[in-house]
Design a protein around this ligand. Structure first.
Ligand code: ATP
Ligand code: MN
Length: 305
């Protein structure tokens, strides 16, 4: 007869999509407010469930990952290259022009392997690995100053939406799981980084010029009081933005959530989207379903300024 198992004796862990989880009970997000704890196994099951919505936003792209193997209270590091400690089930890609292999996740199993590896945030690049010289997403990042209401962020997103639409482009909106909102604009093939950066800058700078009391494009914290920082710097090769449905390594296990524009109203509370609550939204149609069909070419810069 076997003696009873003692602590430290590794029993075979549970598997999710065939991926074995060690220490499935490890707490990645401790309880916070009304939110219960979220364990490694909870994260793995969450990623398995939301894979049909998350994978389209990240598959085929290099990823920047935020790892915190001991949970949100522990050491954290940003990882852009395949390296020690990352499960071999997490994919790799070696695009032209890159010296070292980058990280790419194309399957639900590889998503679960991210959970096993202590990855708490997933940030895709704005281009596909096969065509890194051609961005296919513009990201405008709205960062509110401390003390600003979320309603002010909503108003900024709606103001930007009108401008982006007027340029013949189609913006989508997501919460970040943090303090702001992102506008994501799909771009037709053949877009170049320098033009994208110039157009994104011009859109933001024009809005800041017209309403300087509400907006700024200056990254210096000192000039941001009471205003929203319109950050267009995501629009560069190698820059990333958090994936829709990605968790954030912040208290309460919030997630970034794609929205229908009808939801982007005064009462929007981004904190209500969490690992626990978000899967219920899978029942509703995907507000980003038309993203690929909505890809357009950039307008001439003269039209923006
Ligand atoms: P919030 O709404 O709270 O601002 P956010 O995701 O927009 O959330 P930011 O700090 O504004 O967070 O950063 C914007 C994006 O820039 C992030 O989503 C992330 O992809 C990228 N980023 C920011 N800081 C880093 C970093 N240290 N390393 C890698 N990428 C980063
Ligand atoms: Mn931001």
């Amino acid at each position: 007869m076997n003696p009873p198992r003692q602590g430290g004796h590794r029993s075979p862990g549970p598997t999710v999509l065939g991926v074995a989880l060690s220490h499935p009970e490890r707490i990645y997000w401790p309880p916070s407010g009304d939110a219960g704890p979220v364990t490694k196994q909870d994260l793995a099951r969450y990623l398995e469930r939301v894979a049909p919505r998350l994978l389209p936003a990240i598959a085929g792209r290099p990823l920047t990952l935020l790892r915190a193997p001991e949970g949100i209270g522990g050491e954290r590091f940003v990882q852009r290259h395949a390296a020690r400690g990352l499960s071999p089930l997490v994919g790799m890609v070696r695009p032209r022009g890159e010296e070292k292999p980058l990280i790419q996740v194309d399957s639900a199993g590889a998503l679960v392997a991210l959970a096993q590896s202590g990855v708490l945030e997933i940030h895709p690049w704005g281009a596909r690995s096969a065509r890194l010289a051609q961005p296919d997403r513009m990201v405008l990042d709205l960062d509110p100053a401390e003390n600003l209401s979320f309603g002010a962020v909503v108003a900024a997103a709606l103001a930007l939406r009108v401008r982006v639409l007027a340029l013949g482009l189609v913006p989508f909106c997501k919460t970040t799981g943090g303090k702001g909102l992102h506008l994501v604009v799909p771009l037709a093939a053949g877009t170049r980084w320098d033009r994208l950066h110039a157009v994104a800058a011009a859109i933001c700078e024009r809005l800041a010029r017209e309403a300087p009391e509400r907006f700024t494009t200056q990254s210096a914290l000192a000039g941001r009081e009471g205003r929203i920082f319109l950050d267009f710097q995501r629009n560069a090769r190698g820059a990333s933005a958090v994936a829709p449905w990605s968790p954030r390594a912040r208290p309460g296990a919030p997630v970034a959530m794609p929205l229908d524009w009808a939801e982007v109203t005064e009462g929007l509370d981004p904190r209500r989207f969490t690992i626990a609550s978000a899967p219920a939204r899978l029942e509703a149609p995907d507000p980003w379903a038309e993203m690929e069909e909505a890809a357009r070419s950039l307008p001439p810069l003269s039209q923006v300024r």
